[in-house]
Write a protein that binds this ligand. Structure first.
Ligand SMILES: [Ca+2]
Length: 172
């Protein structure tokens, strides 16, 4: 009886040790400072949306991850930008991403960041309804606690799509 419980204790200890080593402390501690990046609020709160009126919140399966996403559509050609100034960002290097789905056919769809006036972009190309893809701007160095994060769409009449799960992950 004593031997069995001793063995069980070793196994539990090994499991705990391997669990801890699989979770780097920096990643486990990082909380994304992006406000409402997943739109689970059911609103566009946190995002400054400028341009043509074409943006709403989608809540149907396939149009969103989770329960809601930022969605765009118009029966006329349209352009818009949705952006936010992300603050309280610890100095570091990040991979910054967004998930999208949509019908494609826009003139351009871009994920962008602006760090102290330096802009970086990733081109987005949607390939169909509920065909979610992740687009990433890698190795963005941020100092001074803030940057601008956004998406810009230049679209033709009838184009549609969703943005969801804006994320930033520290890479070092
Ligand atoms: Ca969502």
């Amino acid at each position: 009886m004593k031997i069995r419980s001793f063995t069980a204790g070793i196994c539990a200890g090994l499991l705990a040790a391997s669990f801890v080593s699989a979770m780097p402390a920096a990643e486990a501690a990082f909380e994304s400072p992006i406000l409402n990046g997943d739109f689970e609020s059911g609103k566009t709160v946190g995002w400054d949306i400028t341009g043509d009126r074409c943006v709403d919140i989608a809540t149907k399966n396939g149009d969103c991850q989770g329960t809601a996403a930022m969605h765009y559509w118009s029966d006329k050609a349209f352009k818009f930008t949705a952006q936010q100034e992300v603050t309280d960002v610890p100095d570091g290097v990040y991979n910054i991403s967004v998930m999208t789905q949509g019908g494609g056919g826009e003139n351009s769809v871009k994920l962008f960041v602006d760090v102290s006036g330096q802009r970086k972009e990733a081109a987005i190309a949607n390939t169909g309804w509920n065909k979610w893809q992740t687009w990433t701007i890698e190795n963005v160095e941020i100092k001074g606690g803030k940057f601008i994060l956004g998406v810009a769409v230049d679209a033709n009449a009838g184009n549609w799509g969703s943005f969801d799960n804006f994320e930033m992950v520290p890479v070092k």
